[in-house]
Design a protein around this ligand. Sequence first.
Ligand code: SDX
Length: 428
Amino acid sequence: MTDSLTVRDNRTGAEYDIPITDGTIRAADIGKIKADDDPGLAVYDPGFVNTASCRSSVTYIDGEAGILEYRGYPIEQLAEKSSFLEVAYLLIHGSLPTKEEYDAWVHEITYHTFVHENVKSFMQGFRYDAHPMGMLMASVGALSTFYPDARNIGDADNRHIQIVRMIAKMPTLGAWSFRHAQGKPYVYPDNDLTYTENFLSMLFKMSETKYAADPRIAKALDVLFILHADHEQNCSTNAVRSVGSSQVDPYSAVAAGIAALYGPLHGGANEAVLKMLRRIGSKENIPAFIEGVKAGNERLMGFGHRVYKNYDPRAKIIKKACDDVFEVTGVNPLLEVAQELEKIALEDEYFVKRKLYPNVDFYSGLIYEALEFPPEMFTVLFAIGRTPGWLAQWLELVQDKEQKIARPKQIYTGERTLDFVPAEERWA
Ligand code: SDX
């Protein structure tokens, strides 16, 4: 027995031996299967449900078992014992930092949290009610014009400084998007504070000289950032890699990732979950809502996952973090609706048959709302957490000799060789 397929093309009788490596076959080998003068077979896979696009050592997921590891470390251990900036270092550099490396990393990020004043006036140009994700996407893209040297993606030191800048400035841009929507003055970074405390200060500081974050809230947010830090080839990471494959600068590639994350089927789901729970309102309304989902009238947001066909390990940890936050803020009344909804769904054949379990977005919104974030900010929080993951994946892409510019094939279904009739004749 060998690690290969023998494929027989019944159109020609020809047989092809196709090697199996790492649980995959190469599409290029399928392309060698030809009949007559056709260009060779291609693989049709909408949404890349069963297509590997790259080799990566950043994140490992076992969807059936509900396992998630960053650079081999189980997410449960990182959430309990690490910090977001240490996890960011791990994702970007591939190993845990020494004390000197960690201190240097934290120093660099702390001292790159400011943005050019023109970015502030750029952001002030948005409508008063602009969605913070739209502002974040545009502002990160705009950063590419402030750092034109970022196009030099072949230089390791240049890549490093752009990565530091993006991890450092994402909370500043996210907080300013929030303050803009509230009509409040923007708060500048405070370099005496930790990464998450500084983010909270830029969000909530008013006339006090120094913002004092509740350490339990800062810790809960730090854990949430860890849980969102990377997730292998999800939709937004695929966008970062696809756009990055044109060798554009990393700000433009990450702006594309933010755009993808904005969608309600992806990062926008946490905002959609809160709105769904508010619409359900009480436990009594759950059976009718579930019937509506089963009738196909809507989706149970925060449930289901392309990879996890088991409970999302991050949802378990977030559910536990809820207790820590609610100790400070008081229990979110929608928690009861969420828990009852989860209980009913996990027993209902419709969801069991489709292996639909709570994902990372199901409970995170409850914490964010308890922290007084409006639903429009939830995906901004997801984006801040996911930034090191996007950048770690981008780093792999630009250094992967096998990678080429992303340019998939298509199945053409349109007309062919029509004769064009000029407008004046068509309309005569
Ligand atoms: C994230 O990929 C990642 O890693 C993403 C993420 C990350 O960290 O980057 O984990 C973050 O995006 C989490 C997912 C957040 N999205 C939501 O919670 C939105 C609701 N969930 C879905 O729309 C859906 O489950 C997806 C998009 C997450 C996954 O969709 P798939 O893999 O394309 O599955 P599918 O749409 O083909 O659904 C399979 C079946 C279908 O039923 P049938 O057509 O076979 O009858 O399950 C049904 C779907 O209708 N289904 C749901 C459902 N999700 C799937 N039915 C009701 N409610 C749902 N939530």
